[in-house]
Ligand binder design. Structure first.
Ligand SMILES: *[C@@H]1O[C@H](CO)[C@@H](O)[C@H](O)[C@H]1NC(C)=O
Ligand SMILES: *[C@@H]1O[C@H](CO)[C@@H](O)[C@H](O)[C@H]1NC(C)=O
Ligand SMILES: *[C@@H]1O[C@H](CO)[C@@H](O)[C@H](O)[C@H]1NC(C)=O
Length: 363
């Protein structure tokens, strides 16, 4: 199975930072479960925090938008409406920092479901997106997380689940659960997914090699590609199997200028809340409070993904450089992304900071 072929590599990515990063022998002896995320801050993220303070956020994430998002959050969760700082959804922690079943993320109509997600007992965090489609009561769901009653109640307040999208070969764990719970919803997947999950009656797959969708690419019983633009990352091969590993489709929601990625881009919360602290003079954004600690396994996983997996991906997995360059061009130069929602890590806001972060990640 393809997945197994990369597991040794990912384990290597977990272990190698231990050698490369000075954890300090005293700390190692103490076998701490939690360490301050500050210990793991790289110089790049520090300079990013300084660079992005004040300017970019205030223009693209104005006070009126923040107020509107907060208002929507209060409509969804009684606790917040009652003036508490944490929502009523459990569990909350670094991977769901404000403890909401659904968190308003961008206007118009973008929400996220932030949850812990375990990979080999390491919480790598996981986030789905729910978007209220224009001129309708329909909801578009991206990379669904586990369904529970709190999530269903929150969804009910927003509209009717109409499309459920599984964007790559790894983010599919809960697709069947949603298919059973919402039998009238149209299930869509990345290319090749129908074969992987035959128990689901798929409405269809996003067309292979979709760089710039045209009218002809539009499918029946599918959302409007002009409103939420799919882009298939058709440029990747797993060198151990010769087949795509993630085979991801990324999505750009035009009305809110939001980019959604599952495994193409990731990051992790910093104690200063790097992507969010510049949004508020007092250093806090209510719906993304800073975290003081992240489990050590999660931090090591992130370092491994950055230092081992990412260079490996760029050097050995990208098999069509010109396609990759076109993807980069579309993301960086054609879409004016104002909100970046990764499945793993923090939401980033602000055109300039997003461009800087993505240029570095994709370089
Ligand atoms: C950001 O704003 C604070 C006060 O609101 C100010 O003290 C600081 O110098 C500003 N930083 C930058 C980089 O402009
Ligand atoms: C900044 O965050 C604090 C604490 O959450 C809040 O009281 C304040 O109103 C926010 N300021 C702005 C300008 O959004
Ligand atoms: C590589 O991508 C380009 C588009 O950038 C495409 O025209 C070409 O057919 C692709 N090559 C292969 C071998 O798939």
């Amino acid at each position: 199975m393809q997945k197994n072929a990369l597991v040794p590599l990912l384990w290597l990515s977990i272990l190698s930072p231990i050698a490369g990063f000075s954890l300090g022998s005293q700390r190692r002896q103490q076998q701490q479960q939690l360490v301050s995320a500050r210990d793991f801050q790289s110089p790049t993220s520090l300079s990013l925090a300084v660079h992005s303070s004040n300017n970019s956020g205030s223009t693209t994430f104005p006070v009126s938008v923040r107020a509107e998002l907060l208002k929507k959050a209060k409509e969804l969760d009684r606790n917040l409406a009652d003036g508490k700082s944490l929502g009523s959804y459990s569990p909350n922690g670094w991977s769901n920092r404000v403890g909401l079943a659904l968190t308003p993320a961008a206007l118009p109509g973008v929400y996220t479901g932030d949850r812990p997600f375990y990979w080999n007992r390491i919480d790598v965090g996981c986030r789905m997106c729910v978007i209220q489609l224009e001129n309708s009561n329909d909801l578009w769901v991206h990379s669904p997380v586990g369904l529970d009653s709190a999530t269903k109640n929150a969804l009910n307040k927003l509209g009717t689940v109409k499309y459920v999208v599984s964007p790559n070969y790894e983010h599919l764990k809960f697709a069947e659960q949603w298919y059973k719970e919402y039998p009238d919803a149209f299930m869509w997947g990345c290319p090749g997914l129908a074969e992987k999950l035959p128990n689901i009656e798929w409405e269809g797959e996003i067309p292979t090699g979709l760089l710039r969708p045209t009218r002809e690419d539009q499918k029946q019983n599918c959302w409007n590609f002009n409103e939420i633009v799919p882009l298939h990352l058709d440029m990747e091969v797993n060198p151990f199997t010769g087949k795509p590993f993630f085979n991801e489709v990324i999505f750009f929601h035009r009305p809110s200028k939001t980019l959604m990625t599952t495994d193409l881009f990731w990051n992790y919360p910093q104690p200063e809340g790097v992507p969010n602290s510049h949004l508020n003079d007092s250093g806090e954004w209510e719906l993304a409070p800073s975290v003081s600690s992240v489990p050590i396994g999660s931090l090591l996983w992130k370092q491994g993904m950055d230092k081992v997996y990412l260079p490996f991906y760029k050097n050995f997995m990208v098999n069509n450089r010109s396609y990759y360059d076109e993807v980069k061009k579309i993301i960086l130069d054609e879409w004016n992304v104002e909100t970046l929602i990764p499945a793993h890590g923090d939401i980033i806001r602000g055109k300039e900071v997003i461009r800087e972060v993505l240029s570095r990640h994709l370089s």
